[in-house]
Design a protein around this ligand. Sequence first.
Ligand code: C5P
Length: 246
Amino acid sequence: MASSDRNLDPRQRLAVALDYPDAEAALRLVDSLDNTCQWFKVGMELYYAAGNHFVHLLRNRGFDVFLDLKLYDIPNTVAGAVRSVTQSGASLLTIHASGGAAMMTAAAEAAKAPGSPRLLAVTVLTSMDATELTGIGITASPADQVLRLAKLAKQSGIEGMVCSAEEVAAVRAATGPETLLVIPGIRPAGSAIGDQKRIATPADAIANGASLLVVGRPITRATDPAAATHAILTEIEEQLACGSKK
Ligand code: C5P
């Protein structure tokens, strides 16, 4: 388990986002990577199409599953959803920190049951910048809003957070070395940015204190996904080696 920023195995520091419309397409990508990755992220697109069956399939093949459902509802409903997800075998599950302290506390309580996934609080989506935040009435900067939500998540008993590489150092400093900090918006040098706004290279995200990097399109839309994955794992490994010498 990528439990902190100190795990030196690059395979424990990368989750490939399987944003596909069906199990067949997702499995083609999984097979093409030939066991070079340990973690796969199953998000809404694939989960709504393929469900727990697909999560079990990944588990049976020995992979760890990060279920990115970004739960956001009243406390009672989110707690129930956390209990239902326990059946899936996923190791990580996301909820939205903006659901508030009562919602996160209820989720954390539900996740105390044996076999439950560890919870991650999504702070501010990496596709949002200051202008987008203002559009929904939040005048704080993305950095301030992320820090506020990360601290609230921690106080509510949530063990990990999702933020961008731009905020990870500040969140690490505020939440401690054991907090699981998961970073999407990863773009190797030269790759297409797409809809993401707060981005960083794999090396920079690791250098700033990320526990686990989430990479989707730079791998899934690459002409050679295995080569793209290999390059990212190498970049992570080199950065980890460099950091461990400091
Ligand atoms: O394709 P790309 O690398 O941009 O994919 C990033 C993945 O991380 C997507 O599956 C997206 O749902 C997820 N994610 C994100 N920003 C967050 C939380 C999750 O991009 N704050």
